[in-house]
Design a protein around this ligand. Structure first.
Ligand code: CA
Length: 509
């Protein structure tokens, strides 16, 4: 327990009322879309530096074992808002519509007197509920000149999505909120979601950098059928025109017919100034691509470099814009009464297993970055297993609101205060449903403890996988059914069934 007397009495196990926080803390929840921990220097400095995002960790905490419950956009957001696994909040895959009439933490905070706002990528199909103010991108949103829905009214805004989303957030903080009330702002960036379009001012960043290829880039998926059958391979599935911007003006380059048109549309949607900057950078690259006629490994590694450069440039813009928000909080004296959270809706593959995208329960996409800065709270690393269903009860407890019993996550507040609960969870549950769908990742569920992971791929496949994360952190060797692993398999199977019972997820798949 660290010396943060202001929080005494905020635990849900203690009575609320007079003992609750006199002046509840503000909550600034910043979430990006598809930001890998590999490209956040508070976690991993191999590729790029993110000094502004790192500021949150520097004066706060870095969760070193942070995971999602279902590694894809809408479902992950629904888990975050409700504090419940997908089968309980109903939004199991992106083909669904979020039932906005259900209980969410913003609604409960609003009832408790908070001003609530949602700005940026929403992606839950139904309109946001529980917010005093909302201004969201349509669907995935566009990087350039995006259309927002401002409390129900569509409005296109000229410019770059990450800058505009930040402008809207700063405008709400400065001019639109009731400053007599505590606030909860959900600031959701569309970046760095596919197709990783950098801001024009960042197009030449990292031009002199050659990014290291992951050791398992040429993974052949021995013993892992679902991994072999996915369609998220940089070599096979990353599109030259759509993903890698080779929309040549001569119309000589052709790619996947389902994606090429969208790739050309994205270019055509730029305004004249944006096109001029884009052409100045991409025209020589397109000419070089046509001239070299790369094949095989040379083409694969060219694609990887193009992908990494664009992705890291997009992150650089996110980092710069988060710096703007932190500067604003500092200038306004809000750092000392605001919980700041930085996370992503899941992790992402930076070429590991040869992939981009997410979905799998493998580490790169099951994990998600999670940094928090609680004034007066713990600094340093928090190693406990945490999941995005834990955010809702954390924010409620922080606000002195009783956490409803149907919320499945655990409040992280004790960990943020520096406590070491001896009954913290020892394993996490995961369930992914979106199949058949783009990228062809099979339905699966599983359990992970601090060393082992057991996964069951089901539906049109029936395959179990077991990994020892200590000896095989990149999950290349499926140990399920191997001699010597009977006991650990049995133990993980028992744990899986226990979690499925605890979370009330039907076991018979
Ligand atoms: Ca996402």
């Amino acid at each position: 327990m660290t010396g943060i007397a202001a929080f005494a009495g905020t635990s849900c196990s203690q009575p609320s009322g007079e003992q609750a926080v006199q002046k509840p803390l503000n909550i600034l929840y910043i979430m990006t879309d598809d930001h890998s921990f590999q490209t956040l220097s508070a976690y991993d400095g191999r590729y790029i530096q993110t000094p502004n995002i790192d500021r949150i960790a520097k004066d706060g905490v870095r969760f070193t074992n942070s995971f999602v419950a279902n590694s894809i956009s809408g479902p992950s957001r629904a888990c975050m808002l409700t504090g419940k696994h997908s089968h309980k909040n109903g939004f199991i895959d992106n083909a669904h519509t979020f039932d906005g009439s259900q209980q969410t933490f913003p609604k409960l905070l609003r009832q408790a007197g908070y001003q609530t706002a949602m700005i940026g990528k929403w992606h839950l199909t139904s309109d946001p509920t529980g917010f005093d103010y909302w201004n969201i991108l349509i669907g995935q949103g566009d990087y350039y000149n995006p259309t927002f829905i401002d409390n129900g009214e569509k409005r296109q805004i000229e410019g770059y999505a990450t800058n505009i989303t930040t402008d809207l957030a700063l405008d709400w903080l400065s001019n639109k909120r009731d400053k007599d009330k505590p606030f909860c702002l959900l600031l959701h960036h569309k970046a760095p979601h596919r197709t990783w379009m950098p801001d024009t001012c960042d197009l030449r960043l990292y031009d002199d950098v050659t990014f290291p290829l992951p050791e398992n880039f040429y993974d052949e998926y021995a013993g892992r059928t679902a991994a072999a059958e996915q369609e998220m391979s940089i070599i096979k599935d990353m599109d030259i025109v759509y993903d890698l911007k080779m929309a040549d003006k001569e119309n000589e380059i052709h790619s996947n017919p389902n994606l090429e048109g969208a790739g050309r549309y994205i270019y055509n949607n730029l305004n004249p100034d944006q096109k001029a900057a884009w052409d100045a950078y991409y025209d020589p690259i397109i000419a070089d691509f046509k001239a070299k006629k790369r094949t095989g490994k040379e083409l694969a590694e060219w694609k990887f470099q193009r992908y990494m450069h664009d992705y890291c440039r997009v992150i650089h813009s996110v980092d710069r814009n988060i710096g703007r928000v932190l500067d604003y909080l500092e200038e306004q004296g809000l750092m000392e009464n605001t919980l700041i959270v930085y996370t992503s809706d899941q992790g992402f593959y930076m070429g590991e297993h040869g992939w981009f995208d997410k979905r799998f329960m493998y580490e790169e996409s099951f994990r998600t970055p999670l940094l928090m800065r609680l004034p007066g709270g713990k600094r340093g690393d928090i190693p406990q297993l945490v999941q995005n269903i834990d955010y809702a009860p954390t924010f409620l407890e922080l606000a002195g609101v009783t956490v409803p019993s149907d919320i499945q996550g655990e409040s992280l507040l004790p960990l943020l205060k520096g406590e070491e609960p001896n009954d913290w969870r020892d394993a996490l549950y995961y369930h992914y449903y979106e199949y058949p769908a783009e990228h062809a990742v099979k339905k699966h569920y599983g359990v992970r403890d601090d060393r082992y992971k057991l996964i069951h791929f089901y539906d049109d496949i029936d395959q179990w996988e077991l990994y020892d994360l200590q000896t095989d952190p990149t999950e290349m060797h499926n140990l399920y059914g191997q001699p010597g692993y009977e006991e650990v398999t049995q133990r993980m199977m028992t744990k899986l069934k226990e979690l499925q019972r605890q979370y009330d997820d039907p076991i018979d798949k």
